[in-house]
Design a protein around this ligand. Sequence first.
Ligand code: NDP
Length: 326
Amino acid sequence: MFRGILIEKDDQGYRASVQQIDDAVLGEGDVTVKVSYSTLNYKDGLAITGKGPVVRSFPMVPGIDLVGVVEQSDSDKFAVGDTVLLNGFGVGETHCGGLAERARLKSEWLIPLPENVSPQQAMAVGTAGYTAMLCVMALQKNGVTPDKGEVLVTGANGGVGSFAIALLAKLGYQVVASTGRVSQATYLESLGAKEVIDRASLSEPGRPMAKARWAGAVDSVGSHTLANVCASMQYGGTVAACGLAQGMDFPASVAPFILRGVTLAGVDSVMRPLADRIEAWQQLGELLDAEVINAISTTISLDEAVSAAQDLLDGKVQGRIIVDVN
Ligand code: NDP
């Protein structure tokens, strides 16, 4: 038995609580990990509250990210005592995840913790920061260099948004942050935003084409916001789209793509091949300062995680939450 959050769904309804969990719940895997830290992402918020259809089998331990130490291994890739990192691959959705003291995982989902990143820092970054890095890599791959002009980050106070600002600023881009919480402008500027705009200017239905402003954009919001961002890209600009905080719809026209050669680069972190993950984490380790990671993150206990999941969905959380599962 070990302690963790368990999500159950039966005649009594959908519920998540901290409890003693039987090892048999963990499912199959060739590596057993003593989890050190996990984290709360938007998807974990949906899973824990039941507000979105994230969990595919029950009972389920949520937590799409984890870092921990290998306790037992039948894999020649990892030995007992290795510190390993996992983001995504359906963990916390179809296979028990990180919000518990123990996890049993497939070795092909794991990467070694990068040397210049501590376990706590890895969870401060988590899927949100790793996805922000993948978005930045998508802009770089499409030729959006700092000299091309301003880069917009939407959902700026969120996990993806906060890390996208910090990473882009560190790489020398001029970052403009779009947020519904303009009162938090000082925080966003401390991460590297040179200007903060109200998300209301992007979230309502807009014209198919607007004044060309952005050389690049990182969008974690979707819906009308993504449509308006595409409409206001410079000629040849690229939007890295990874999220749906406003909505999953995309009420846009093809005008920006066929008249301005705009690229819409979709970013998925969950099934991303290992080589990209290793590259992204290496860059994260090189680019992020400990002070920035500390400014973006707060640490809570497993017992606090269930109520924090609701706060996350209510847009009350700034930056990232690390969960100390022990
Ligand atoms: P957070 O909850 O931390 O941040 C989301 C932010 O979006 C909020 O802080 C808020 O920013 C903004 N927002 C919330 N509601 C609305 C709304 N109705 N309209 C406009 N903006 C809104 O989530 P994450 O940063 O962890 O994730 C962001 C999105 O990216 C989610 O949809 C998530 O599912 C997705 N995601 C996708 C991944 C992938 O692999 N593709 C991986 C990780 C995340 P502000 O207050 O500044 O306006």
